[in-house]
Design a protein around this ligand. Structure first.
Ligand code: SF4
Length: 218
């Protein structure tokens, strides 16, 4: 299925069907912080789109690197810092422990809650819009439950009662995320240009950038 066909399929999914599925699986956030932390040796890796990075920067005045880092897959590193290679997309920045830099340990809460990216707003669910699909392409842990078009990933809050109102709000956001992911994939594909430059190159839907978010020009 092309990205365009997937986007069309995502647009066609009925929010009420997604809400039904979420209700049947059940979910309530326990504020355990599990989804905001790295797992064992693995650093936290959650996709954040360029416009979401700017939204997080908008009020906090953080620079790009304070918000996001190049998605680490396929990059060479020295002392934990990526030094060379090409990658696609951005991940939320992490702290020295490998946790999301925006997780506030003391208050056990997200410090940018109102500006958090779509992937955070919809955890632990993803929308499967292909017959054999595995839901989101972003790493979210194993699929542990399914209902209708919804996949549920590992989370201790699953199985808890959720109100219809909350299920519908979550369903609408999940649909928005599924469409947005395909739009981003289309942008990455259409704007891909090989770049013969030293260091790290990040390809996103807006073109090619340095790890600090600076566009690489011809
Ligand atoms: S942005 Fe907020 S909700 Fe998302 S992983 Fe970081 S702390 Fe958690």
């Amino acid at each position: 299925m092309t990205f365009e066909a997937e986007r069309a399929a995502a647009r066609d999914v009925d929010v009420a069907d997604i809400a039904d599925a979420i209700e049947s699986i059940g979910f309530e956030c326990t504020r355990c912080g599990h989804c905001c932390r790295g797992l064992g040796e693995a650093e936290h890796t959650a996709t954040v789109f360029p416009d979401e990075i700017r939204e997080i920067q908008r009020e906090g005045a953080d620079n790009w690197r304070d918000v996001a880092r190049p998605m680490p897959f396929g990059l060479s590193e020295t002392d934990g810092e990526p030094t060379t290679g090409e990658t696609f997309e951005w991940a939320l920045q992490t702290d020295a422990c490998g946790d999301c830099t925006f997780y506030d340990d003391e208050n056990e809460a997200c410090s940018i809650y109102d500006r958090r990216p779509l992937i955070c707003r919809t955890y632990p669910f993803s929308l499967s819009i292909e017959d054999e699909g595995d839901g989101t392409t972003s790493p979210m842990g194993s699929v542990v439950d399914r209902a209708g078009p919804v996949h549920a990933h590992e989370c201790e809050g699953l199985g808890r009662d959720i109100s219809r109102e909350d299920a519908e709000e979550l369903a609408a956001t999940l649909k928005r995320r599924a469409i947005r992911e395909r739009e981003e994939a289309i942008g990455v594909r259409d704007n891909y240009e090989p770049r013969d430059v030293d260091g790290v190159v990040v390809h996103d839907s807006e073109g090619q950038k340095r790890p600090d978010g600076t566009p690489i020009s011809e």
